[in-house]
Ligand binder design. Structure first.
Ligand code: ADP
Ligand code: G6P
Length: 474
């Protein structure tokens, strides 16, 4: 029976150990959100890093491993040196900023981090090879594991291998900055199918492969080392039914009412992001400040809520960034707060999905204004949750989702004045305009959901040439 082996750096759950207490909590982020459904439906294995288990006693470790086993999760362990070099270092201080066009955040000398990245990618390839059965389909994910497809191809030449990149693939002029550009391209080209969120990212990849490796540029298929590598654009999405279910849930609706009541008649403008410097939070705060400055009569009529989930806290750029956000929020609340209220309610924590959906239901305006984002699922979650077709979405044109969600109020997040005006426009949008826009957005999100995303990718993988046919494929 053909199984689906999902491989990503992060498992759908993360183990946290704190002074003897151990908890296994759902992981945050778009990748995990999108892959939960396919993993549950296909019932195969999910290989990835479970978090740091070093502090656990033998017994705690056994319990955690049992729990992972029940979830079909296979742990690939990392030492603390590897977490620091492969994860914090090469993945999140080199590839992440470079692929999001934030060249000034690049680590200067990353040779040792690169070595660790290579070694950990080899370890993932070993872990897959040791679990692999003929006929399995292997689906490798994201920038932390770009070398794994080629490494696995060397171990199992006829394996059926897919690779999906969840972040942007940058323009060749930016990608070529990477000293290890050739290795990264060759690593990804080990797959039979390489998937991106948008046709623009696919184009950048093809052009980079032509410039760096001298391959014949073709948007659909690259001829590489005697194989044909299929390239596709598959916009990732969410499990819409799950959001509709939560949006109808009586407890979630009661929580949304409570949030609205506590805003005392003010309209609610919401942001929900990992606290990542790509998400455009400081510029969003500056736009809010500009809006408050320009619209004195609206000051007492709006409440801004920013929910920010802690992320990658050991990476310097993230710690510096947290300070910047805290200072901005403090400054704006200091200038525009009154004895009754403050304009920005900033919550730095993770929240169960039911709580996030209650916020989506309470929000009149949703702001999703990343500087760059591979796709961004928060905007799709907001749209899926607005089952009564109300609300307004302000969306950055630099999110992958902008290519699909064309009825949103699209903004350039660098243009503070324009974002401030768009906040105002969203707040006064008539109910009929809200309905027309939201219905069109909902139609698109409902038809292009996560199920369709994985189905399209896996279908292409099934048909991909250059691999042996799968046995009893689903
Ligand atoms: P990224 O993958 O870069 O984090 P996405 O927008 O694609 O960005 O996905 C973010 C995911 O994390 C969404 O499913 C969103 O609901 C979830 N999320 C974001 N902030 C929080 C939070 N504070 N608490 C819980 N979940 C959150
Ligand atoms: C983005 C990346 C994922 C990553 C997630 C959370 O969605 O594309 O690969 O898992 O952010 O980041 P973290 O570093 O906590 O896994």
């Amino acid at each position: 029976m053909s199984r689906l082996l999902i491989v990503s750096n992060r498992l759908p759950v993360t183990v946290h150990a704190d002074q003897g207490d151990v908890s296994v909590v759902p992981s945050a982020g778009g990748l995990v959100t999108a892959l939960r459904g396919p993993h549950e439906r296909h019932g195969g294995l999910w290989l990835g890093w479970p978090g740091d288990l070093a502090q656990l006693t033998e017994e705690q470790r056994r319990e955690v491993e049992e729990r992972l086993d029940q979830l079909g999760a296979v742990p690939v362990h990392l030492t603390s040196a590897e977490v620091s070099r492969y994860y914090d270092g090469f993945s999140n201080s080199v590839l992440w900023p470079l692929f999001h066009y934030l060249v000034e955040k690049l680590h200067l000398d990353a040779r040792q981090d690169w070595e660790s990245y290579r070694e950990v990618n080899e370890r993932f390839a070993d872990a897959i090879a040791s679990r692999y059965r003929p006929g399995d389909r292997v689906w490798i994910h994201d920038y932390q594991l770009t070398l794994v497809p080629a490494m696995l191809r060397r171990r199992i030449p006829d394996a059926r291998i897919g690779f999906f990149l969840h972040i942007p693939f940058p323009a060749a002029e930016v990608f070529r900055i990477l000293p290890w550009r050739e290795q990264v391209l060759r690593g990804m080209l080990g797959a039979d199918v390489v998937g991106f969120h948008t046709t623009a990212y696919r184009y950048h990849f093809v052009y980079s492969a032509a410039r760096v490796l001298g391959l014949d540029p073709d948007l659909e298929t690259l001829a590489y080392e005697g194989r044909r590598v299929r390239l596709g654009a598959y916009p990732v999405s969410i499990d819409v039914d799950e959001f509709v279910r939560l949006a109808r849930d009586e407890e979630v609706r009661a929580e949304a009412r409570r949030i609205r009541e506590s805003a005392k008649g003010r309209k609610i403008v919401l942001g929900v992001d990992r606290l990542d410097y790509t998400k455009g939070i400081p510029r969003r705060m500056l736009a809010i400040e500009r809006f408050l400055e320009r619209e004195p009569e609206l000051r007492s009529k709006v409440r801004f809520i920013q929910l920010a989930v802690p992320t990658r806290e050991k990476v310097d750029a993230y710690a510096d960034f947290r300070r910047v956000v805290n200072e901005l929020v403090g400054r704006i609340n200091g200038s525009y707060g009154t004895l009754d209220d403050i304009p920005i309610h900033f919550l730095h924590r993770s929240m169960p999905m039911a709580g996030v959906v209650a916020l989506y239901l309470a929000a009149d305006v949703m702001m999703v204004t990343p500087l760059r984002d591979g796709m961004n699922l928060v905007c799709k979650e907001y749209v899926a949750s607005r089952i009564d077709d109300t609300g307004a979405l302000v969306l950055s044109e630099f999110a992958g989702a902008a290519a699909e969600l064309i009825e949103a109020l699209q903004v350039n997040p660098h243009d503070i004045d324009a974002v401030a005006s768009t906040i105002q426009r969203a707040l006064v949008m008539s109910p009929s305009e809200q309905r027309v826009r939201m219905q069109a957005l909902r139609r698109r999100v409902v038809t292009h959901d996560a199920h369709r995303w994985s189905h399209r990718f896996l279908n292409d993988l099934e048909r991909a040439s250059g691999a042996a046919p799968a046995v009893g494929a689903v």
